[in-house]
Design a protein around this ligand. Sequence first.
Ligand code: MRU
Length: 342
Amino acid sequence: MRVQPIEWRDGVVAILDQTQLPQRMVVHEYDDWQGVAEAIRVMQVRGAPAIGIAAAYGLALAARTIDAPTMEAFRAEFGEACRAFAQTRPTAVNLFGAIERLQAVVAQCPTPDEARVRLLAEAHAIREEDYAADYAMGKHGAALLPPNARVLTICNTGALATGGIGTALGILRVARQQGTLAHVYACETRPRLQGLKLTAWELLQEGIPFEVIADSAAGTLMAQGKVDAVIAGADRIAANGDTANKIGTYTLAVLAHYHGVPFYIAAPLSTIDPRTPDGASIPIEYRDPSEITHIDGLQIAPAGAPALNPAFDITPAALITAIITEQGVFRPPYDFIPIAQA
Ligand code: MRU
């Protein structure tokens, strides 16, 4: 059964709390948009496409709860909710894409009642488009892998992070079904351990052979010839192909380049940001240092040890062998401005 990280349940937004996985399956039902925004901020829901979907449903919920007599008053209150969602996480561009799509709907609606109906339809559309994109990406990406492929990946890019089967992990699912995937190495992905907790959880359910590795083990596995490809997701891809993804992705790309291992990014077109020219222009989220000094609330570092916690890094386009999207596989030189605006 496919995991549902976010669900619209007749006027409430149900979010599977990923901070509690894999120990506990806890679903929170939010009947106010502020709750959904907070769920994004504290990473109950995470992964670029899933963040976009959650924001879309959160705004559809906001539209239901705004009690405005005129369209002008409705737009003002809706704008406040949009601004709050925009502040939850800065790097994943799907968040801003979803907000803009819903704002465009509101701009066309003559009455609050019509806006409420059309905003929910738009949120459903965003989720369904992501679902379809994952399958298309899966097929394009699986075709790039050699027989008996051993693939290294980072973070969680699976069903928990999207509206479908996942991006990088979706490709691994399809490759496994097609019989070309032999083994996955899942980087544990410090500090939040999305690989150890979430990717491992999804791979176990799927019956895909894998091993979790310490992030620092990736280089030695490549040196031993045990990695045929690296596939990572993306939180934002700039117009020139530079890609923001979970911290540690850049390190993997440098290692892959050195060892002659293909390095792929898998992401839907909604993760490409044609208005961001290059990686240097992508805002990088710095999170609370306690994510480094503590694990699951348990202090590991000596009290008072300072820590620096950039959540994402930039992989330059020059290190990316290809970018796999639902519309096919793009190779350098990347120029996504016309593609993403089409
Ligand atoms: O901080 P997170 O867990 O939201 O980071 C997620 C990632 O970096 C994923 O690899 C990326 O969003 C792609 S998800 C399909």
